[in-house]
Design a protein around this ligand. Sequence first.
Ligand SMILES: *[C@@H]1O[C@H](CO)[C@@H](O)[C@H](O)[C@H]1NC(C)=O
Ligand SMILES: *[C@@H]1O[C@H](CO)[C@@H](O)[C@H](O)[C@H]1NC(C)=O
Ligand SMILES: *[C@@H]1O[C@H](CO)[C@@H](O)[C@H](O)[C@H]1NC(C)=O
Length: 834
Amino acid sequence: MKSYIVLLAFLATVILVNASKRHHHNKFSSSEHSGKCPRRKFCGKGKECRLNSQGQPQCFCIEKCPDSGHGTSICGSDGRFYPSHCHLNRYNCISGESVSIDSHGTTCGSSGKLSNHPLCSPEEFEILKDNLLLYNHEHLRSLDKEPNGKDYLLSLMFSHFDQNNNGGLDYAELQNVMAEDEMEKLAPPGCSLTHLFQFEDADGNDIIDLNEFYVAFNKLYSLNVPAVSLISLDKAVEVTHITAQVNDNVELKCDVTGIPPMRFIWKRYEVDLSTQDDHQIRVFSDGTLYLSNIQLLHSGNYTCHGERNSHVVQTHVLTVQAPPDVHVSPHIIMKKPGTNVTMFCRVTGGEPAPTVQWLKNDDPIIPDDSNNKYIIAKNNVALTILDVYFSDTGAYMCEAKNSAGRRIDITSLVVVAGSTQGEDQDSLHEDSKDEVNGFFVFHEKGISIYDPNDCRLMHQIQATDIIPGTQDYVCLNEQVPECIWGTSIKVSTSYVYVTQPTLDRILIISISQMVVVDVVTTDRYPVELSYLTHLDQVWVQCWRSVENRGEKTLQVIRDAKEKKKHHTVHPEPINSHFDVVENLFLPANTKSSSQFHYGYVTHKNNRGFYKLDLIALRYVKSIDLTLWNCVPETVQFSGLYGMIIIECREPVTGRQTGEIVFDALTDSVIHYKGDRFGKPYLSPDSRKLVTVSHDTTGTTLLVQRLTANGLQFSFDVKTSLNISLVAFYPSRTSHTYDLFASSVDKLDVLFVDLETGKVEMVTGFIHSSIPKSKLSTSLFPWNKPEERPISSQSLFSNYLVTRSQESVYIINGNTHTVNCQIGGLVAPSLILWI
Ligand SMILES: *[C@@H]1O[C@H](CO)[C@@H](O)[C@H](O)[C@H]1NC(C)=O
Ligand SMILES: *[C@@H]1O[C@H](CO)[C@@H](O)[C@H](O)[C@H]1NC(C)=O
Ligand SMILES: *[C@@H]1O[C@H](CO)[C@@H](O)[C@H](O)[C@H]1NC(C)=O
């Protein structure tokens, strides 16, 4: 049994070898070696001179010996007949053996039959036949001739063997075929096709006729070796569709069959999944592919094929579904009779796209023109109840449904007489009392917290305040008498983390108490911060100089939202250096990217990146992008379909070199666009990709949709504004996102409806261009004074905030106007919603 397995492995390589050789000398295609050697070159017995693929003369084994006619066979010292000297020498050349001529013919036996050859047993001969079938099946497939059943295959084989077309196979023909097709490799040692005469020549006439040939290859069952059923796959299951839900475990079976049984190779984007170091994706020895705890990023195509045949391939198209999330606002409304009430609904995360409807006490609400009671906004994003009466009291439900499930959220409306308690402002925030509704502005004199409704100052932390429990000031030290900020982030609902690059530390501010509650020391110049909600980790990038010289160190603060003393740890260093990082790319902090457990790290001028296991804090592998001349500049992670979108630059020159779409599971490049330039931004729901590119005349915003088959063009917008940064804003007419974009040198803000392509300018700025003021000395490169950050708050908030060098502007995202403005700030470098 063991030798049988070895033989199979051997056979697999034979098929591969022959598959590649076949391109050069199969009878059906024109020969690539038709060129002649320029001069006579002696190559030795069994060899001839031909031009190799580089056009150089080279000695090869003779491709085809001249037909020698019949009855002139010579006997070899191996006991086989050869049609001519040429055939014998060719055989020696190919096999590396040194068969000589037995001029007496004794080794070959008197009748030319190997009547009692001791070396080929009946079982071994069965293996030869088995292999012959597999080989010829392969061969035909490679010529795009689909073998339709075994009889057809056998008839093709017979006519191929029957070189003189006389309806019978004689000894010389079989020897010839054996040598020409290099079948020695298919035969167990000692066996040859000519053994057909020993085992299958039923009538003993030294000719194998078609009947005997069929019987020979059909009685494989009679001996105790596995029957050959060719590798096959039912057409009906060539493409199989599987639908599963998020968090399911999925087991995929390969329907390719073949006897003897074989190992299966599973692939995604042509990458062998058994080589992936991913505990969620396993290939078992019985040939099944097991995906555990699947997420949206696992959707896509998985293929399988038998190890010894890569042509018969089954494709499993896996669609992962997720139920939607539904949020209404407000949750409780108290109103007097006669007033109008509006409630809002946002549906996120459902895959496939859910249907949405409003219900009252479980019954669908159908707007009725006659009584004019309800107004349902486009796509059910809002429900308005006109002129409420006591009977309107009830539970109003926003329901979203897709094939993965149904979710609801409820607004309770209570219509009460008399009391003025339930007026708009109070009731709207009824359910969010514990949330402080405001935003932090980090400027040179400290931190100010404002109310976006009216730009009222709610709280201040001064540079000169003492941090409780220490003797340190919030900002001041001897060298720099002002606040210098790096990045601020919100950690859960409890804390704000902000870096102080020149003080080598991070301040942790409690949102409820509005004081600094912890100070975390870091490596030199901590500038960038990122928070990963699903891992509760804060990642710190320390620049180690005032510019990013590609010698950053990375630090992690774990349990970031816990109430405790925090400290940093270093992830495992790359090549035993901590300080070689140029950039760190982490999944954005959105629900759809919470499936990512990996980040990527780049090194200066290195084409490619390192994959970083965010849980184990160690490097998993390096990914080479040299072929695409790509140093990743921007990386966007899409939880949908596991796509990673990369903006590429050339090393040193920084020239743009295109956009790569990358598969997060297999780390393989799916698409590459060498002429797609610009910075990609991904909407929080991963549905839209907006690429911002600049030229001398202005900016182009290219809007694409993410689909299972890649990125699809929606529309593009050209503007003469020099766009700085963009912010996604929950659409007021659908459950997706729209976009606001700030400009580098003007106060103007552009609005783009990402569904319809409609464009508008935000109005109400007092000046149109940014007032030029002296740049503060404290604006180090990380504050990028030319950038104008813009950000929106949450699903139901109405505001966005942006800044100039001394003012902060609140924009009403619904009306596209400036709501209010805060002036007189010194270098408001960071703004953060809480
Ligand atoms: C309620 O809305 C209707 C239709 O928009 C409007 O005509 C009416 O004046 C509103 N009523 C109140 C009290 O605002
Ligand atoms: C747009 O602004 C950038 C600075 O962010 C500047 O480098 C570039 O030259 C500007 N482009 C135009 C066309 O003004
Ligand atoms: C997945 O396989 C199906 C069926 O062969 C094909 O139509 C589709 O384009 C494939 N998708 C991708 C992303 O390769």
